[in-house]
Design a protein around this ligand. Structure first.
Ligand code: VG1
Ligand code: CO
Length: 547
């Protein structure tokens, strides 16, 4: 007997436009009747050929994850999917979802996460669709989904009871088979194929090496425990805050020096006995790497990872190329030059790396926002980056801070920082960016606060594989000494606007490498204020978060 598909009449909601990484809204917005259903239906309507195929479903465990999964499973059955692979308890980190899609050759996946945004009943929820390559859908797809949300008149579902997400095994939702899978196994196996687990295990067993991994009560807890404390034998307690909580313990699961301050403080305190620290974000795709009293900047981390690839089994054969998002520092460009490989510069968001990875043009990619990853999946991958670092530390037997300092000695230092102004009025943020855009022609070639602006533009990108063009991806002010100031508005926030100001200055002279970052960048901060009138337009005198 075939299960009856029920069509429920609906009407469009405004604003269902995916941002940098999927649709993110307050939980209360998603809880409106038909809101989630409309968006999921718009995705399914944009697909073709899913009949009988496999859909991967999982999320970062935040509040509303379980409710959304049950709804999605019924709708997936109505849309004709033959099978759904769902992480046990609804858990799948973003990189693990990517790995599962690839390994089982699924048609695609729905990942439920608002990543680094806070969770809980008053927090944020999010959803994004990943394609069969395991990577986030491209702009053409997300634009089509948005179009569809604006004209939707019904969604389709079936009548079926909720299933128990906490039990491994096979279940039936209408005609569709649901396999509840171990969320860690496929992913752990993949990482084990890339890194020298024996050497890492030996490092973790040393009495003079102690590590702490802060999972920030988010999704990486079970993964880090299984891999670090399980397969690699790190002492119990290496992973802290390792149980995913629906509200992340009230915290902000963003691994940066502000929101992971405790970890940074522990590494700065010699009494802790710690030699290496790491953390990851809500959905497990970001990473933070901390040495003794030393936070590794994500842009430097990307460069170090590329420069040391020969030490890591999965990459020892060489890198096809590297890629970074435009606002990410140019440190990795210098490594690519030395290696004689191409370096691609893309707009912000992992979706732009997918086509480079698929085409074999890049092997390693990264973003300044603590995201690093490689061709092993099509997402950034927090634990991957941490294991990569552990592999380097194990082979070089050198502390993390020394590795970075030696890197600067060899390549020079791209001093870098990002200043975020959060929750500013949307109208003011738009005014600021529009004003900058209008002044671009005058800025290029001008002298400002005694600094020579060589070029100023609004970054546009043409995908070298499919030729698609993305415009208005960030205002760049480039100085004649290679320094840069970049302005863009966040596409992941849910309240007002967040202005991101990215500052970068190249320092070749080793005797100046230890100058404190904010001090070295002070003239650029002033320049940003002068050209953008941040205080004047937004009323903010200083940023909320400096990373
Ligand atoms: C931010 C970061 C970007 C990252 C995106 C998703 O976007 O800047 O580099 O790809 O978050 O990361 P935005 O538009 O707010 O600047 V995650 O870990 O939230 O999926
Ligand atoms: Co994330």
């Amino acid at each position: 007997m075939t299960t009856k598909v029920i069509s429920v009449s609906s009407a469009p909601f405004s604003g269902q436009k995916p941002g940098t990484s999927g649709l993110r809204k307050k939980v209360t917005v998603f809880q409106q009747e038909r809101y989630l259903e409309n968006f999921v239906q718009a995705i399914f309507d944009t697909l073709s050929g899913q009949q009988g195929k496999t859909l991967v479903v999982g999320g970062d465990g935040r509040y509303y994850n379980d409710v959304a999964i049950q709804t999605i499973l019924r709708m997936a059955a109505a849309a004709g999917f033959g099978r759904a692979l769902v992480g046990c308890d609804g858990i799948l980190s973003t990189p693990a979802a990517s790995a599962v899609i690839r390994k089982w050759q699924a048609f695609g996946g729905l990942i439920l996460s608002a990543s680094h945004n806070p969770g809980g009943p008053d927090g944020d929820f999010g959803i994004k669709y990943n394609l069969g390559n395991g990577g986030p859908a491209n702009e053409a797809f997300t634009d089509a989904v948005y179009q569809r949300t604006q004209e939707i008149s019904a969604y389709r579902t079936i009548e079926a009871a909720d299933i128990d997400l906490g039990r491994l095994g096979e279940f039936q939702v209408g005609e569709m088979v649901v396999s509840i899978i171990d969320p860690v196994a496929d992913y752990a196996e993949l990482l084990e194929s890339l890194f020298d687990f024996e050497r890492i295990a030996a490092l973790l067993a040393r009495a003079d090496f102690r590590m702490r991994f802060d999972a920030m009560h988010a999704v990486t807890g079970p993964y880090a425990k299984a891999i670090l404390e399980g397969r690699l034998g790190a002492p119990a307690g290496t992973v802290v805050n390792g149980t995913p909580l629906p509200d992340f313990g009230g915290g902000h699961p963003d691994p940066n020096p502000v929101y992971a301050a405790e970890l940074v403080a522990a590494l700065a305190d010699s009494r802790s006995g710690l030699s290496f620290g790491a953390a990851s974000d809500g959905d497990g795709d970001r990473n933070m790497v901390v040495g003794r009293g030393f936070v590794v900047s994500p842009s430097d981390s990307l460069a170090v990872i590329a420069a040391n690839h020969a030490l890591v089994p999965g990459y020892a054969a060489g890198l096809a190329g590297v890629a970074r998002s435009m606002p990410t520092s140019c440190a990795v460009d210098r490594v690519a030059k030395a290696l004689g490989i191409p370096c691609y510069e893309t707009p912000t968001g992992w979706k732009y790396f997918g086509s480079l990875l698929d085409a074999g043009k890049a092997t390693i990619c990264g973003e300044e926002s603590a995201g690093t990853g490689s061709s092993h999946v099509r997402e950034k991958d927090g634990l991957w980056a941490v294991l990569y670092w552990l592999n380097i530390l194990a082979v070089r037997d050198t502390p993390a801070d020394v590795i970075v300092r030696e890197h600067w000695q060899r390549f020079g230092r791209n001093v870098y920082s990002r200043h975020d102004y959060e929750g500013i009025e949307t109208a003011a943020a738009d005014r600021l960016i529009d004003g900058l855009r209008a002044r671009l022609p005058q800025l290029a070639g001008s002298l400002c606060n005694g600094l020579r602006i060589e070029a100023a533009d609004d970054f546009a990108y043409i995908d070298p594989v499919d030729g698609s063009r993305s415009e208005r991806q960030g205002i760049r002010i480039m100085l004649d000494d290679g320094s840069r100031v970049v302005f863009r508005l966040s596409g992941t926030g849910t309240e007002g606007a967040t202005l991101r100001v990215y500052l970068e200055r190249f320092v070749a002279d080793p005797s100046r490498h230890e100058v404190p970052t904010q001090e070295a960048l002070a003239p650029l901060v002033q320049l940003a204020e002068t050209v953008a009138q941040i205080a004047g337009i937004t009323g903010r005198k200083k940023p909320d978060v400096i990373s």
